[in-house]
Design a binder for this molecule. Structure first.
Ligand code: FES
Length: 108
């Protein structure tokens, strides 16, 4: 049984840079940074703001709530305790982006 879910196209994400999607009931924020697609939990671990409404700066995701800076690869918050969940991403040859909330990014 596969746990990959098609969520958007690479061309759409490339144009928008960030996008909120739902994957098997989980709110996920997608980011397109330096030609790589990242998926993090959309609900901030600090006070539940939406990371997908944040900014991208120098390769980091900036939460709109209190400007915590998250590493999109690891989910680590710079200078803070705690880690935003990250999820595995794969892009098909046809340009469809798939996310698995059952897999951490490192398992991809
Ligand atoms: S809600 Fe994200 S930094 Fe506070």
């Amino acid at each position: 049984m596969t746990d990959w879910h098609a969520v958007t196209t690479l061309s759409d994400l490339r144009a928008r840079k960030k996008k909120a999607v739902e994957v098997a009931g989980t709110a996920v924020a997608l980011f397109y940074i330096n030609d790589v697609v990242y998926a993090l939990a959309d609900t901030c671990i600090h006070e539940q703001r939406q990371l997908s409404k944040g900014a991208l700066l120098f390769g980091k995701v900036i939460c709109p709530g209190h400007q915590w800076k998250f590493d999109p690869e690891t989910g680590e918050a710079e200078g803070q305790d705690g880690c935003q969940p990250t999820y595995a991403v794969k892009v098909d040859d046809d340009g469809m982006v798939h996310v698995s909330t059952a897999r951490a990014r490192a398992d991809a």
